[in-house]
Structure formats: structure tokens, C-alpha cells
Ligand binder design. Structure first.
Ligand SMILES: *[C@@H]1O[C@H](CO)[C@@H](O)[C@H](O)[C@H]1NC(C)=O
Ligand SMILES: *[C@@H]1O[C@H](CO)[C@@H](O)[C@H](O)[C@H]1NC(C)=O
Length: 353
């Protein structure tokens, strides 16, 4: 029995140890199991889940990129500030060159911002949209000189503008006024222009402070030209280059269609304007200056000997003869880089209004 107390003591210690070991095991098992349940899916993702997560991340990136792009587009769409009332680009009186060797290609090269005759400033929102209408037949060199000077001139004025050439088809007597009515009607099919400039092809502006914009009243821009010693041709002269808003021109029913050959139609327009109670305004003489490119009177544009009689009838005729009676056939509309070329059959003095 001498061993017995030792054994019993040992057994007691073993029991204790066993209990401790058991407790440790239970704690270890619980810990490993709870941990396992939470951690397994995250630590070892199955391949499907990995793909879904990858896809989610990519979508997120795409959305962010789209949002960035949208912000850039919004930046572009954000309305630009209105151009200043007085453009900083104006240079005043510029010396004009009329190089016989000038080509259309050169003028196109100098005006890369113009497409299909039209231009809009990049830097700001133009105050007016202006259509410049130029009646034309057989004056290619004058047209080239005018385009050469007029495009940069209008760009310095920060205008949204387009240049329209209205080309009279055939050899019948020239009719400037009717071509201008056609230009007005056709240009409005492209855009709702605020302002129209009725422009002779042989007059080149010398000073860019002579603004090609419209005012509350019809504006006459040619106070002087080199061929008249820079004096107004006569009191009440309203020819060469004039500016009228869409509304002003429509109010007077446009030009008469019945003036064939040279002269009278500009006086008729003045009478129409006066009959509507409007008053002609002019810029100061020192800026409203033009150079008239030399030419001989064209065949087919002889002086209209009937013009005084026609002018006497204007108060009775203006409602019937004008935009509302302008009949013509558009033969073609071409859009090269620097102008829109409208070719029209306008009839002859005997078969047309
Ligand atoms: C006006 O200037 C143009 C261009 O220099 C010239 O061709 C024309 O002969 C001048 N006219 C007069 C009357 O001086
Ligand atoms: C305008 O178009 C007509 C018809 O195609 C053409 O004969 C004429 O030369 C053109 N004029 C200009 C200035 O481009």
C-alpha cells in the first residue's frame, strides 16, 4: 500500500492536467471554428467571386471615367461669355493691297477658321449673326479682293457671319436689287440671321471700326470712297453697303424687283425706309471709308433710264413689289470654303416682275 498514495497523488495531478488540456482543446476548437466560418470566404475567394469583384471594380472605373468625360463636355457646352461691345482685335485703318497674283487658294489658306462661307469666334459668343449678301456676275477678281479683305475684317469684329454670293445666271440685264432679295430669302433657309449687309462687290472697307452690325435704325456704311474724294455721293444716298435687321428689311418688303440695269434701286429702298418712319444712321465719316476697285461699267448693267419714273411710284408700289413678289428659280447652291454661291434664274425685264 506504500505505492498507493503516490499513485493516487499522481492520478490527482493527471486529472488536473487532463482537465486543463481538455479546456485548452475546447477553446482552440471554438476559436478555430468561429474564425473559420467568418474568414474562409474572404481569404480564399472562389474563382467566380473573384471575377464578380473584378467586374465590379472595372464598372466602377468606367463610371468614374464617364463622369469625368461628361464634365469635360459640360465645360464645352457651358455658354461662352458674350463678346465685348468693342472687340480688342480691331486695328482701325488698314492699308489695302490688291495683288494681281492673289489666288483663291491663298485666301483660303489665310482663313482656315471659315467653313462654307461661315465663321464663329472661338473666344466668345458673338453679339450678332450677320449675313453679308453680295450680288455678282462676271467679277471674279473683285470677288477675290473683297473676300481677301472682308473675312479678316469680320473676324476682327468678332461676328458670327456668313458671306453669300448671289450670282445672276444668263446675260439678261443685271438686277442688283432682286438678287439681294433672293439672298435674304435664301440665307434665312440656313440660319435665322439677325442682320443683313447688302454689299457691292467692288467696295472694300478701309477701317474695321466701321462695324458690320445692325442698329435700331437702318444703317448706311459708305459715307466716303476714294473715287468721290471720300464725300457722300449726294444727300440721302443709301447705296453701296447698307445694314438692316431681318425685321427692318421685312417691314419695307425688301427691295423692288423691277429695277433692271444700273441705278435707282437704292433710292427706292431709302423711300421705303422713310415711308415706315425709320431714319437712316451713318457711322462717323472718318471710319465709314471705302476703296472702290477700279472697273469699267459692265455690259448688261447699263444705266436704267426708267429709274426716275419708277421712283415716283414707290409709295404706291412698295407693298406689291418686293420680298412678297420675288419670283425666281434657284439653279444651284454651292458651298466652297469661303462663300455660299447661290445661282438664280431671275427672268428678264420683259418676263419677270
Ligand atoms: C481707288 O483705289 C483703288 C485701289 O487702290 C484704285 O484701283 C482706284 O483707281 C482708286 N480710285 C480713284 C478714283 O482714285
Ligand atoms: C457659282 O456657281 C455657278 C454655277 O455652278 C458657277 O458657274 C459660278 O462660277 C460660281 N461662282 C463662283 C464665284 O463660285
Amino acid at each position: 500500500m506504500a505505492v498507493c498514495p503516490v499513485v493516487s497523488r499522481l492520478t490527482w495531478r493527471a486529472k488536473y492536467l487532463l482537465l486543463l488540456v481538455l479546456c485548452a482543446c475546447v477553446i482552440a476548437w471554438i476559436t478555430s471554428h468561429t474564425d473559420g466560418r467568418v474568414k474562409t470566404p474572404e481569404q480564399v475567394p472562389t474563382s467566380d467571386e473573384a471575377q464578380i469583384q473584378k467586374a465590379r471594380k472595372e464598372t466602377q472605373m468606367e463610371v468614374e471615367m464617364e463622369m469625368e468625360q461628361q464634365e469635360e463636355v459640360d465645360e464645352e457646352r457651358k455658354p461662352k461669355d458674350l463678346c465685348p461691345e468693342k472687340s480688342q482685335l480691331l486695328r482701325g485703318s488698314v492699308s489695302l493691297a490688291f495683288e494681281p497674283s492673289l489666288t483663291l487658294g491663298q485666301v483660303e489658306e489665310e482663313n482656315r477658321g471659315v467653313a462654307e462661307g461661315q465663321y464663329k469666334p472661338d473666344e466668345c459668343r458673338a453679339r450678332q449673326s450677320v449675313a453679308v449678301l453680295i450680288p455678282h456676275r462676271n467679277r471674279e477678281k473683285h470677288l477675290l479682293y473683297l473676300l481677301h479683305h472682308l473675312h479678316p475684317f469680320l473676324q476682327r469684329q468678332q461676328l458670327h457671319y456668313a458671306i453669300y454670293i448671289i450670282h445672276q445666271a444668263g446675260d439678261a440685264m443685271f438686277n442688283r436689287a432682286k438678287l439681294l432679295n433672293i439672298g435674304y430669302l435664301e440665307a434665312l433657309k440656313d440660319f435665322s440671321w439677325d442682320c443683313f449687309i447688302f454689299h457691292d462687290i467692288d467696295l472694300v472697307p478701309e477701317n474695321d471700326h466701321n462695324l458690320y452690325t445692325c442698329e435700331q435704325q437702318p444703317k448706311h456704311l459708305v459715307v466716303g470712297r476714294n473715287s468721290t474724294g471720300y464725300k457722300l455721293r449726294y444727300k440721302g444716298y443709301f447705296g453701296g453697303v447698307t445694314a438692316m435687321t431681318r425685321e427692318q428689311f421685312s417691314k419695307v418688303n425688301g427691295f423692288p424687283n423691277t429695277y433692271w440695269g444700273w441705278g435707282g434701286e437704292d433710292d427706292d429702298l431709302r423711300i421705303r425706309v422713310q415711308l415706315q418712319g425709320m431714319k437712316i444712321v451713318r457711322p462717323p465719316a472718318d471710319v465709314a471709308r471705302y476703296t472702290m476697285v477700279f472697273h469699267q461699267r459692265d455690259n448688261g448693267n447699263e444705266v436704267n433710264k426708267d429709274r426716275m419714273r419708277l421712283l415716283g411710284r414707290t409709295p404706291q408700289m412698295w407693298r406689291k413689289d418686293g420680298l412678297n413678289s420675288c419670283s425666281y428659280k434657284t439653279l444651284s447652291v454651292e458651298r466652297p470654303a469661303l462663300y455660299v454661291n447661290i445661282t438664280a434664274d431671275i427672268g428678264t425685264p420683259t418676263n419677270a416682275h
